[in-house]
Design a protein around this ligand. Sequence first.
Ligand code: NAP
Length: 279
Amino acid sequence: MIRAFVVGHPIAHSRSPLIHGHWLQEHGIAGSYERIDVTPEAFPAFLASLREKGFAGGNVTIPHKEAAFRLVESLTPRAETIGAVNTLFFDGSERLCGDNTDAPGFVAHLDQSLGLDWTGRGGGTALVLGAGGAARAIVVGLLERGLARVRVANRTPARAEALVALDPARVEAVAWYDLPDAMARTGLLVNTTSLGMVGHPPLDLDLLPLPEDAAVADIVYAPLETPLLAAARARGLPAVDGLGMLLHQAVPGFARWFRVTPRVTPALRARIVADLAPA
Ligand code: NAP
């Protein structure tokens, strides 16, 4: 029986067991996907024990993504660029390898929600709000997908400026007070800040400057319909919620461990939406 896991601290809130459990059932695979709570102090020993415990690999979440990046025996080029690991597997030489699937997960979700030609909106331009860990993965994903210009605005400007080094010819840091001007030149607006999430204030932004062909994405998925997405719909712009990124980032890990590439279907989405709904 193939075994995989998600490790974090805390971990009770993770929807990953539900996602992978759905796919194991759908494909009739006699595997398991466990939720494991490990403190930061115990994380190095946990990683070292994976072989002897018989795991094929697993997902890594807060607060271990950077520690996993430092501790694995090899990295995919994408994880190396992003500087954080969310997926572990054993490579052909049986080395513990770290990947980051947030970038392709976000892009795959846009492909599915907006159609493959979304990259042409606004002449291939995006504006990313926020410059934390998720923003870094998203900027990498947008660059990999070939966007011509990716602008980043963040409350703490230095963190946005740090992302410019990913590709100085295509990534630009913009000041928060310059957002109306940057929005007017944007085909895709992405919120990667925690604003709009349950327990946080909403993102207070007037979407009027966005061009007619712009799309708006939020990676917050609790709630599913953030005030930002509601404002985008009210303006008649396509609005893409954060749940799809969570579902799509899970695909590469499942494919590596269980040797079947699963699909993100309406049935899977409905199952997670039901779980997210307040009781
Ligand atoms: P992070 O590294 O802690 O970054 C948080 C970001 O939010 C930073 O840019 C921070 O700005 C900004 N921020 C926080 N409070 C703010 C405020 N009051 N005003 C303006 N900006 C504020 O977190 P992360 O890992 O990138 O995650 C960010 C969000 O994405 C979370 O809501 C998380 O749940 C969500 N997420 C979703 C997925 C998915 O699959 N859909 C995946 C990963 C993350 P400063 O730099 O100025 O502090």
